[in-house]
Design a protein around this ligand. Sequence first.
Ligand SMILES: [Zn+2]
Length: 220
Amino acid sequence: MIGCLLALLIICYKAGEQLKAGILNGRETAGSVSGSGTLIVLDAGHGGIDVGKMGVNGAEEKEINLKISLKIKKLLTEDGISVVMTRSDNDRLGDTQKADLKERVRIMNEKHPVLAVSIHQNSYEGAEVRGPQVFYYTDSDAGRSAARILQEELNRIDPVYSREAKGNSSYYILKNAEVPVVIVECGFLSNVEEEELLISDEYQDTVAGAVSEGIKKYID
Ligand SMILES: [Zn+2]
């Protein structure tokens, strides 16, 4: 009788272990399938003495760029997508703006990601202008396609301020990167309400969510 119970216990234990192994295994596979071999370069614009655009109430573009980029990185890596950041701290990548931009492009060309996403904040003389806008290199089909997908996701945040993805052939990064690249202008620091949103942790999460959704849709 005791022998029977013992045998039953051993069988149950082994079955449990097998089940546990199966679950763990399944989780591993599910986590690595979607993004395996996929690399994204995230480029937080400006840094160091180059603060970028200044908000009406003093917000600095470089800081918002980095915060949003780190949030996007977190969301992508959680989905098994590899991310290389051109900068992960406050410093810029060169002593001059030209050297800084050159280094960013060098990293993009060296890492050869499926997509490079440069994060910036906009500014305009008309204080009423607001809304996110994505730029791509005019002659790049892949860039245009990625920009349109990301723009669509960003327009969902507040459809009232929807904008259209726009081609550009003069921005240094767009012109010189040998991989598909987009510049995401998350919003206008020259608009009081949008500046207020862009410095808030919650809205940064929302923007990061939209950009990472767009990246995932582009990869698929
Ligand atoms: Zn900028």
